[in-house]
Write a protein that binds this ligand. Structure first.
Ligand SMILES: *Cc1c(COP(=O)(O)O)cnc(C)c1O
Length: 362
């Protein structure tokens, strides 16, 4: 047997949320709701479905390898030049590409404790080590400690904003602190804004603007959340043309599939769907906050489409009991949170069912 490197053998694979079919089968239920993966509860946009149906007769062809028409639509939508963006098979692929390209094997990335897991998995797969800095007691990112931990070994700093699973965000002043620190150093600052459409905080940074002043800033966005395309996979990356040029050289020729190109072009035009997505999330968050306050449970105010809360007991047990009632949540033991759970915002009736079951169990 071929010798496999320890960093691969020790990889902890990403554990996705339990699927509805799995729970139906294992628990003999028909009525199952999934509030475990921060998906869009509205279902797909009708405009997106029409666009996909229209392009189905073309799927025997390869997609346009340069995805010219997609870039042509995305660039004005995001207000950037076409040579400042690239696309990936979800932002996960872009995270992987950034690490593979800009971090030499043996170098490191710098992250905060309890960050989104993809950075760690991709780094280890590329033989890049990970420095994880302790978070603050309130679960927020400790920017000063993070910057103190930086050494020239660290080729990239990954900051999910807001963070998943906590939902907490880094404000504009703290992002500027990181960018000023990193300026003129040999390090990339990668800000992962998967939930940007749901931000309500007034002091959230305008990173696409900041890129004009900070050339080592990379911004990641996704179509998986507010645009409802999680199953089709499309991530978008914004950076200096030099950085984009290198990513374009390394990425697989057809990393963005033919159907998602048409779907994404339709999705960004469906303003009504995006505002309905925002409304369902904002109303749902406020509903959860109210319910958790009533139940006396600690929660983190969220800038995403999910809430991190503390059950005060073994969350795996609560998770199991909720499954038996047909509600899938995300326990966070593998993030180092033994009593906390993440709940995604669903439709109003799904949120109500989840809270009703939780109340009965607790
Ligand atoms: C959901 C999420 C993503 C999206 O990943 P895709 O690969 O685009 O589906 C990226 N970053 C964070 C922090 C997320 O929570």
């Amino acid at each position: 047997m071929i010798k496999i490197s320890d960093s691969i053998l020790n990889l902890k694979p990403y554990v996705p949320g339990k699927s509805i079919e799995e729970v139906q089968r294992e628990y003999g239920l028909t009525d199952v709701i999934k509030l475990a993966s921060n998906e869009n509860p509205l279902g797909p946009s009708p405009k997106v479905m029409a666009a996909i149906t229209k392009s189905v007769p073309e799927i025997h062809r390869y997609p346009d390898g340069s995805y010219y028409s997609l870039k042509n639509a995305l660039a004005p939508y995001f207000g950037v030049a076409q040579n400042r963006l690239s696309c990936g098979n979800g932002s996960n692929e872009l995270i992987d590409l950034i690490i593979r390209i800009f971090c030499e094997p043996g170098s490191s990335i710098l992250i905060s404790q309890a960050s989104f897991v993809a950075y760690k998995v991709c780094a280890h797969a590329s033989r890049v080590s990970v420095t994880e800095v302790p978070m603050k007691r309130d679960f927020s990112v400790d920017i000063d400690t993070l910057l103190k931990a930086w050494t020239p070994q660290h080729k990239a700093i990954f900051l999910p904003n807001p963070n998943n699973p906590t939902g907490l965000y880094i404000n504009s002043a703290n992002i500027l602190k990181v960018l000023d620190f990193a300026k003129n150093k040999d390090v990339l600052v990668v800000i992962d804004e998967a939930y940007v459409e749901f931000i309500r905080a007034k002091d959230y940074p305008q990173t696409l603007e900041l890129q004009k002043k900070y050339p080592n800033l990379i911004v990641l966005r996704t179509m998986a959340k507010a645009y409802g395309l999680a199953g089709l996979r499309l991530g978008v990356m914004f950076a200096e043309p030099e950085i984009i040029g290198i990513v374009e050289r390394v990425r697989n020729p057809f990393n963005v599939n033919l159907l998602v190109v048409e779907a994404a072009k339709a999705a960004i035009q469906d303003k009504d769907y995006i505002s309905r997505s925002q409304k369902v999330v904002w109303d749902g968050l406020d509903y959860f906050y109210e319910a958790f306050s009533q139940m006396g449970l600690f929660y983190c105010p969220s800038q995403g489409n999910f809430v991190f809360f503390d059950t005060g007991r073994d969350s795996e047990l609560i998770f199991e009991q909720m499954l038996r009632q047909g509600v899938i949540l995300r326990p966070l033991k593998n993030y180092g949170f033994p009593t906390q759970i993440r709940i995604s915002v669903g439709l109003p009736n799904e949120n109500e069912k989840a809270i009703k079951c939780l109340k009965a169990i607790l």
